[in-house]
Design a protein around this ligand. Structure first.
Ligand SMILES: [Zn+2]
Length: 258
């Protein structure tokens, strides 16, 4: 996305759903029109465009589409769209409700994107730093990993296979994890997220060009496969309740340590 948007000025924008923006519409337009997008990156569930004094951050919430189009203006029924000096435009459509926030860089620490933890697959999240995130922490591993303030960017669709590859139970108390467990976990996170990235993301999500990713059911090891045999030991994969959500595990590969 950096390639498609970076280096261009915002020349036009339309807000189809005022509730999704964090400033009054006129104010947002004043601050955004004519400004150059320096670059775009992912931060957890946010896509963040870097401007000189602000960050423009998008969050698709429960899902949605962020599509690139050439020429024309917005796509019909989009909730937020803008056009750049290169002639390309971006339209966001939320399935339920999403956010478009313009944040002054001086205020970034108070915004959710300023509070996100380090991100897997990025250089600054070395194995050493990863292990240090767990020092003195308590609670259940799955909740810890899904909390974007600890680590940003591990989604629900990936967590089951990550824990399976690391051979750790989702309800494992993190105080009982050894360094060896965390090394395995670090490797499992990299492996799962990298293979999804190489396949263009999740099959039920779309990229900038409206194409579905290739990472779907065929590639899941235990996720959403309750009743099937475990790919490692052949035992039946179970769906279990873990707090407010469910997990898919192999009981014999992922035993709970006490
Ligand atoms: Zn197994």
């Amino acid at each position: 996305m950096n390639r498609e948007l970076g280096g261009y000025d915002v020349v036009w924008l339309e807000v189809g759903q005022e509730k999704c923006i964090n400033l009054p519409c006129r104010k947002l337009k004043n601050k955004l029109l004519g400004k150059k997008i320096r670059g775009v990156r992912n931060r957890g569930k946010w896509v963040v465009a870097d401007l000189d004094s602000h960050e423009l951050a998008f969050n698709l919430g429960m899902g949605g589409e962020l599509l690139l189009h050439r020429g024309g203006t917005s796509l019909p029924e989009s909730h937020f769209s803008f056009q750049l000096s290169g002639g390309q435009g971006i339209s966001l459509t939320f399935y339920w409700f999403g956010h478009v926030h313009l944040i002054n860089k001086n205020d970034i620490a108070e915004h959710p994107i300023g509070q996100l933890g380090p991100q897997p697959l990025e250089e600054d999240l070395t194995m050493k730093r990863f292990v240090s995130l767990f020092a003195g922490r308590r609670g259940r591993l799955k909740n810890f990993l899904l909390n974007q303030k600890n680590i940003a960017g591990i989604g629900n669709a990936y967590i089951h296979d990550i824990l399976f590859l690391a051979r750790i139970h989702p309800l494992q108390d993190i105080r009982l994890l050894q360094d060896e467990d965390l090394w395995l976990l670090y490797g499992a996170i990299e492996r799962v997220l990298r293979s999804s990235l190489e396949m263009g993301g999740l099959a039920f999500e779309k990229d900038l060009y409206g194409q579905h990713g290739g990472y779907g059911r065929d590639f899941f090891r235990v996720a959403y496969r309750d009743g099937s045999p475990c790919p490692a030991c052949g035992n039946e994969i179970k769906k279990i309740k873990t707090g407010r959500n469910s997990s898919y595990i192999c009981n014999s590969c992922q035993s709970l340590k006490n």
